[in-house]
Design a protein. Sequence first.
Length: 387
Amino acid sequence: MSRTPADRKFKHDATFWSVALQSAVFGFFMGGFGPAQPLLQSDQGTSGTIAGLHGTSLGLASILAGLLNARVVHKFGRFKTSWIGIGIFGVGAMMFIVAPSPIISISASAIIGIGVSLTINSGFALLTHHFKNDQTRAASQANGVNSLFVVFGTLLIGALAGTSINWRFGLLLIFPAGLTLYIFAQKHHTDEHVPEPSGRQSGKLSGKYWVGWLAITLCISSEFAMTFWSASLFRDRTDFSAASATVAVLAGSLGMALGRWFGPLLMTHIDLDQRLIFLLLFQLFGFTLFWFSHGALFSFVGLLISGLGISMQFTLNSLRLIRLSENRPDLAMGISALGAGSAIAIAPLLLGFLADQIGISKGYLMVPAIVTIAIVLVLATPTKELR
C-alpha cells in the first residue's frame, strides 16, 4: 500500500516520545500489577475478594480523576497535568510496593488510578493537538509503546516470582526511568500554558456524545474482562498450569502492541468509524477462535487476533468522542474516564460473578455480547462529517 503525504511527514518527535514513554512507565507497572495480585494476596494473607478490591479501587479512582481533568488541565496545561499525574502515580506505586497491609495497598491502588487517568487523558489530548494531521497514528503508536512495556512488566514480575529475589524490586525500576524521562521532557518542552480567559471547558454534551461514551465504555469493558479472565479460560480449556496460562495470555498484550504500532499505517483511506467497526468485528473473530478452541496453539492465536482487534479501539473511540464534543477535547477525555473507570471497576467483577454462577466458559460469552452492542452504538453515531 502506498503511503499518504501525511504518513511521509509524520515524525516521532520529542513530544511523541515524552507522552509515549510516560505511558511506558505506568504500563510497565500495570503489567506487573496483575501478576502481583496473587503474590500480594499471599504476602498479606487475604481472600480473593479482598485482593480483587485493588482493581475496583483503581477503577473508581479513575472516575474521580475524570471529573477533575478539565479543571486541572485548565489551570496547568496538558503537559504539566501529565506530569502531575505521573507524580501522583509514583506516590501510589511506592505505597503499593511497600504496602504492609491491604488497607494501604488498596488505598495505593486508588492513588495510582487517579495519577494514571490524569496522565492518559492529558497526554492523549496533547498528542491529538500536536499532531493535528496524524492524530490516529500518534495516539495509537503511543499506546503501542504502553502495551509493549505491559508485556515487559508482566514477564519480569513473573520471572522474579520464581526466584529468591523479591518481586517488588522489579516494580522499583519505574522510579529511575520516570526521573530520566522527566529530565528529557523538560529539556525539549518549550510551550508555556496560558489558561483560557473563558474558563475551563464545560457545558452540556450532546446525546450523540453520550451514545459514543457508552460505546467506549463497553469496549474498555470487553478489554479488561479478557485481560483479567482469559488466563482462567485458557487454563480451563488446556492442560497448562496456572503459571503457564498467565504467560500464554500475553498473546493478547502482544497483539495490542503490534496493532497499536502498525495499525495506523493500514486502511488510512477509511474514516475512523469504519476502522473501529472493522476492529470490533476482528476482535469477535479472535474471541470465537479462542472460545471454541481446546488446544493451546489455537487459543494462543485466538488471543493474539483478539489483541489486534482491541488494539486501536481506545484511540478511535476517544477521537470519536472529541469529534462529538463540539471542540472540547479536555472535557471529552475527562468524561470518558468516567466510563473507563466504571468498566475497570465493574466488568472483571461481573465476569467473575458469572463464572461463579454458570462457569467461566458460559460467563465469558458476556464479551461478544457487549462488543456487538458497541458495534450498534458506533453505527448509530457516525462522526465522519464532524471531524
